[in-house]
Write a protein that binds this ligand. Structure first.
Ligand code: G4P
Length: 294
């Protein structure tokens, strides 16, 4: 089976973002961590715990409309059982976003009660939102803030600071730039981030990526390959590159001389996966109890 070369990613702004998060985390009551519901584990920055210490956290699995609902339910259970509060949302349509503020208030219930006792009534809850590029942070914040966006500066007695977005009367949110980490220890993490579009195609071999996706679909969801007119008999004993060629041929993507335009076919397959045309597909499942992988 073909292997995607270890994808390395060196975002120039990573160190800057790390410093920003480390510095500003002191100002907030909670960190809202946005991840991709199709790859909950691979889309979470493994460096984050080092940056935010033991600050309270809420995990938000976004793009749940594109993920397998049963697996999302299992992931939520898995995180909650391991002590990390988690919710699933679809920031594009807004579905589930209304769970966010109640979840935050529940996590911070003791802090809020203490502040009330001390008479610190005007003190807003402050949060920071973090996530990898393209995970839907802007969409989520827009859904959450709606018309309130950037109104913080208007409130009397609040210092003008463009970083804070008011998302409720008493809740302010700080945005941070989407960031990846410099090295994917497990090559499949880089691959999954590439399938879902978090790593830009410009730095990737699109054909290799589409081949890997077809290979994965052949193993996990062979029936879906009917979309490319690939029947079960077509799938057996073929190299992944041959699957790509065949899918392109069956979709009529030919260049002169009857050759298949594999680059175009690859771009189409990735586009269709990312656009949800292949259905609700999650690329990873939580570990089952006892540590054995499903
Ligand atoms: P970012 O700030 O984290 O970089 O992400 P942004 O909100 O810009 O969203 C990145 C892409 O993900 C956008 O698609 C957006 O529509 C899509 N997206 C965000 N949330 C969801 C979700 O819950 N479900 C699904 N299916 N997609 C979501 P795009 O192709 O870049 O733009 P467009 O299709 O909206 O024009």
């Amino acid at each position: 089976m073909a292997q995607t070369p270890n994808i390395q990613w060196f975002p120039g702004h990573m160190a800057k973002t790390r410093r920003l998060i480390q510095e500003q985390v002191k100002m907030v009551d909670l960190v809202a961590e946005l991840a991709d519901a199709r790859i909950p584990q691979s889309s979470r920055n493994p460096e984050l715990p080092k940056w935010i210490g033991d600050k309270r956290r809420l995990l938000i699995l976004n793009k749940s409309d594109a993920a397998d609902p049963d697996l999302t339910a299992r992931w939520l259970r898995y995180y909650r059982e391991s002590g990390l509060p988690a919710i699933a949302v679809d920031a594009r349509s807004g579905k589930g976003v209304n769970q966010f503020l109640p979840a935050v208030r529940e996590i911070l219930a003791d802090v809020i009660a203490r502040r009330q006792e001390k008479g610190m009534v005007g003190r807003p809850i402050r949060m920071m939102i973090v996530g990898i590029p393209n995970v839907g942070k802007s969409s989520f914040i827009n859904r959450l803030a709606g018309g309130r966006r950037a109104k913080v500066e208007d409130r009397p007695g609040v210092t003008v600071d463009k970083q804070w977005i008011s998302v409720a009367k008493d809740v302010d949110l700080m945005d941070t730039p989407g960031v990846l980490w410099p090295k994917f220890e497990d090559p499949s993490v880089g691959e999954k981030l590439a399938f879902t579009g978090a790593v830009k195609d410009q730095v990737l071999d699109v054909e290799l990526l589409a081949m890997r996706l077809l290979g994965w679909l052949r193993e996990e969801y062979p029936a879906l390959l009917a979309r490319y007119k690939l029947a079960p008999a077509d799938l057996e004993g073929r190299e992944e590159y041959e699957l790509l060629e065949l899918a392109g041929r069956r979709r009529g993507m030919l260049i002169s001389g009857g050759e298949v335009d594999t680059l175009r076919a690859a771009a189409m397959i990735l586009d269709e996966y990312r656009g949800g045309k292949l259905g609700r597909l999650s690329l990873e499942a939580p570990p089952r109890k006892g540590g054995e992988q499903p």
